[in-house]
Design a protein around this ligand. Structure first.
Ligand code: ANZ
Ligand code: ZN
Length: 865
């Protein structure tokens, strides 16, 4: 018995302060937030002797107000941070602001407020909102990417990349939104339109700065296999984005011209089926072969359009090097200059796009791959794109296509007409933005010296404040003489600054490193003591939305690898574990004449404006435009942060979508009220516990408590199943209430076990609902702070479900006995009895008329015709 000792608290006499008899979150939440802040209990120190845990949530854009998606994201992170802290880890849990970006600039255009003012005011407001949620952030490490001390390092990294040839400038086609007058990333173009303003996006050629992420393509792909703590879905998305293709490059001579077309194909096994060749409109050869400028211009305007637009026959023929066949050369919009070689061999029989093109221009379609060698089709309804056997392919005929690819590549290399080639879909990262509110690119253009990087000692290149925001023309920086005009650092003659600013994805590609260095008001500096970086990094748990599954994570991985190569860090991947949380959704309400409605605009299922019946039932992601939103401020005011946190963790497992429901929130609020009332009622019972009362190991509350500790811990450890963990806590409270209400007299053992149960209940709930936990913890006489108390452990023996012997009868005759756990429902007891092999055998085909369950004792199965 002695061996259990350490699982029980020492019993001491204690003072119990007064507790208001009603749960009032408006009193206790600000009270504890203030105390936590005053005592700096979330401040983290680099401490090499302690095991660390870095818990990070994706930092928000300071758009003005937090939304429920943020609340969910941060509640998840906060539980993990607090849980790990209670488990003895030195936890780094920082927060900051992804503060550069378009909305600030648009606000400046619309309302005339300076982007800096707008941004800093939003930060202040949102920080206050986050504080009201009781999140355990170490605010001394707070950062905002728009601060010169921060973006200075963007510029520094840019210079380092430039030195290594990883930052370069080139003219390229970009997606251009004529109304926003800015370059858009591919994923900001939705169905050919601007993601923000919906105008038609056009292609425009501009000089741009690029980061050479393709230099790391292979490593970015290969290292994905080491990311065991990432969701499979994200790994797949990254793999597809990098898009590695194996194939061959093959030279086609242009008939009568001393020039080759180099094509890239992933299907060299179809070389004998090539009936024409296509060039991208902006391929250098297109410029040469198409002499009518207007035509080329038109072809370029279709560029990248996924639909097949008119192609153009150049009048030239190319010679297929494997069989000497002359095939026409076309220019086609669907061939991209940025991929492969910008030229393709078209095999209409085995590529649907080529097939459609061939049909349109009446070009031959020749079958060279068949699924079945003995049944060769004469005509095709559509392209046959699968694997098969080669026909009409010279010495390679008869080979299976996969083997043929290998053989043909060898053959091409031997003959010197082609070679093996690996291509990536991944493009270099265009970082230039023709915008004001971003990091100035630290480059100077000098008429004599050309492109000159700003010397490191002159960093940061500060964003000038006094610029005009008109919303027309190019970047506001072009208008700032004071910014634009400078001296060349090399020859000292008059020179001009680069006016493009950096993509804000640059800011977020290394912010997780900055937090590590920002201890105790230290200035951000990547040139001095970097020990905190190697201590805290990599991030142990990263949490954020799936919308960042590709770019943000890929860019951060790229930056990490570059910094490793710069010798700043000594690891290759920034995030060990990744949790992508689901969306917060809510039912939409729609009136036939008033469109989307807020819940407050609906009464008795009717629109309050016109009385029409409201259409409901569609649950969608919360969005302002559909009015299916709830405001975190209102919720915190009405129910308190603990309720909101608990609800957003209880309503769904973290990676699944969550449906917001006011009934659900009410339910959680009632649960916290019950918790409050229960502790309040039992306070004297707990208080009157005599010192040195020994525990009784058979007390049901002791067993229940150990069982619950185990259950909640296992649920948290197992992929953060907070929802079932919370359900376990609710059942725990129910059972405690049941037990105590059935008591007529209270023994010392009851007191002992009850105190043990209540203390553990509070400990277990503290990461989820920290304010009420802290308040009740002190109310039953414990010392501040529950947040610094270790996470409870359980005893396996005591946590085991107790079992009993169930007698199974058939028609009143004892037939078998089995052991089953206590607490099963009657239905489950029936099921267990019926699945017992001996019973199954005895019953075999007879009909079961009834199964009677006598609780905790026996089951009688009644059979008959
Ligand atoms: C001949 C062929 C025959 C092809 C066939 C496919 C099927 P992934 O897998 O994406 O790498 N292609 C090559 N470069 C292109 C470009 N710049 N723009 C548009 N299409 C291009 O696809 C590679 C295939 O896409 C290549 O293989 C080429 O068409 C086309 F039965 O070559 B294929
Ligand atoms: Zn736009």
């Amino acid at each position: 018995m002695v061996k259990y000792k350490r699982f029980f608290n020492k019993v001491e006499k204690r003072e119990v302060p007064d507790l208001p008899d009603k749960y009032n979150h408006r009193d206790i939440e600000p009270k504890w937030q203030k105390i936590w802040k005053e005592r700096d209990i979330f401040k983290t120190k680099t401490d090499l002797r302690r095991k660390k845990f870095y818990c990070l949530e994706m930092f928000p854009y300071p758009s003005g107000k937090i939304h429920m998606g943020h609340v969910r994201n941060y509640a998840i992170g906060d539980v993990i941070a607090r849980y790990m802290r209670m488990n003895g880890y030195n936890v780094l849990h920082p927060m900051g602001w992804d503060a550069f970006g378009l909305p600030a600039e648009n606000a400046a255009i619309k309302h005339g407020v300076h982007p800096a003012k707008w941004t800093y005011e939003n930060i202040e407001y949102m920080k206050n909102q986050l504080e009201k949620l009781g999140l355990s952030y170490d605010w001394q490490r707070e950062l905002a990417t728009c601060h010169p001390e921060y973006y200075k390092w963007n510029q520094w990294f840019f210079l380092k990349l430039y030195e290594r040839g990883l930052a370069y400038r080139k003219a390229s086609f970009v997606n251009w939104c004529p109304s926003c007058e800015t370059v858009l990333a591919n994923e900001q173009v939705i169905d050919g339109k601007c993601w923000r303003c919906d105008s038609q996006v056009i292609q425009k050629e501009l000089e741009q700065w690029f980061f050479k992420i393709t230099a790391y393509a292979e490593e970015l792909l290969k290292d994905l296999d080491s990311l065991k703590g990432w969701p499979e879905r994200v790994i797949t998305m990254q793999k597809n984005w990098i898009g590695r293709s194996e194939g061959a490059e093959v030279r086609f001579r242009i008939d009568g011209v001393n020039e080759d077309i180099l094509i890239f194909t992933t299907r060299p096994d179809t070389l004998w089926g090539c009936t024409f060749v296509c060039l991208a409109p902006n391929h250098p050869l297109s410029e040469r072969l198409v002499n009518k400028k207007e035509i080329l211009q038109e072809l370029k305007s279709y560029y990248g359009d996924p639909l097949i637009k008119p192609g153009y026959f150049t009048g030239y023929y190319a010679i297929n090097p494997v069989n000497g066949r002359k095939v026409p050369v076309y220019v086609a919009n669907f061939v991209l200059m940025e991929y492969g070689t910008g030229a393709i061999m078209s095999v209409p029989a085995h590529d649907q796009r080529d097939f459609d093109f061939a049909k349109k221009y009446n070009l031959p379609i020749e079958i060279v791959i068949v699924p079945d060698k003995d049944r060769i089709p004469q005509v095709l309804e559509s392209a046959y794109e699968d694997e098969g056997y080669l026909i009409n392919s010279g010495i390679f005929s008869g080979l299976p296509s996969q083997k043929a690819r290998e053989e043909i590549i060898k053959y091409l290399e031997e003959k010197g007409i082609g070679s093996r080639k690996i291509n990536y879909r991944l493009r270099d990262w265009g970082i230039s933005r023709q915008r004001y509110w971003g990091t100035p690119i630290p480059i100077i253009y000098c008429d004599r010296c050309g492109i000159v990087p700003v010397p490191e000692k002159d960093l940061p290149v500060i964003l000038p404040e006094d610029v005009k925001f008109t919303g027309r023309g190019g970047s506001p920086l072009l208008e700032s003489e004071e910014f634009l005009k400078t001296k060349c650092p090399v020859c000292n003659s008059m020179a001009r600054r680069e006016t493009d600013t950096m993509d804000t994805f640059v800011d977020s590609s290394w912010y997780f490193l900055a937090y590590c260095l920002l201890e105790n008001g230290r200035k951000l500096d990547f040139l001095s003591d970097l020990e905190p970086l190697s201590y805290w990094m990599p991030v142990d748990q990263y949490i954020g939305g799936i919308e960042h599954a590709v770019l943000h994570l890929l860019y951060s991985r790229f930056f990490t690898k570059v910094m490793r190569d710069l010798g700043i860090i000594n690891f290759s991947e920034p995030f060990i574990n990744l949790l992508t949380q689901g969306m917060v959704c809510m039912e939409t309400l729609k009136c036939p004449s008033h469109d989307w409605l807020f819940p407050s605009e609906v009464k008795n299922d009717r629109c309050i404006h016109c009385g029409s019946p409201v259409e409901r039932g569609r649950v969608e992601k919360m969005s302002k435009s559909k009015k299916n939103i709830v405001d975190p401020d209102d919720m915190i005011d009405k129910y308190g942060a603990d309720t909101i946190r608990l609800f957003s963790l209880f309503a769904a497992p973290p990676e699944k979508d969550l449906e917001w429901s006011s009934a659900g929130v009410e339910g959680i609020y009632r649960f916290l009220n019950r918790l409050w009332n229960f502790v309040h009622q039992q306070k004297t019972v707990i208080k009157d516990l005599l010192p040195n009362t020994p525990p009784s190991f058979d007390h049901p509350l002791l067993r229940l408590t150990h069982r619950t500790i185990k259950r909640v811990t296992v649920d948290i450890e197992k992929e953060f199943h907070f929802n079932t963990a919370i359900a376990g806590l609710m059942e725990f409270l129910n059972e405690l209430q049941d037990y105590m209400s059935g008591k007529t007299s209270i023994t010392d053992q009851d007191r002992y076990s009850l105190r043990f149960a209540v203390e553990n209940l509070l400990l277990l709930i503290s990461p989820f609902a920290p304010h009420i936990a802290e308040e009740l913890w002190s109310a039953i006489g414990n010392k501040f702070s529950i947040l610094e108390h270790p996470w409870p452990s359980w005893n396996e023996e005591l946590a085991r479900e107790s079992e009993y012997e169930l007698v199974i009868q058939i028609n009143g005759k004892l037939r078998s006995k089995i052991m089953i756990p206590e607490g099963l429902s009657d239905d489950l007891i029936r099921e267990r009895a019926l699945s017992e092999p001996r019973i199954r055998e005895l019953i075999s085909d007879s009909k079961i008329k009834n199964i009677v369950v006598a609780k905790k004792r026996l089951v009688n199965i009644v059979t008959g015709e």
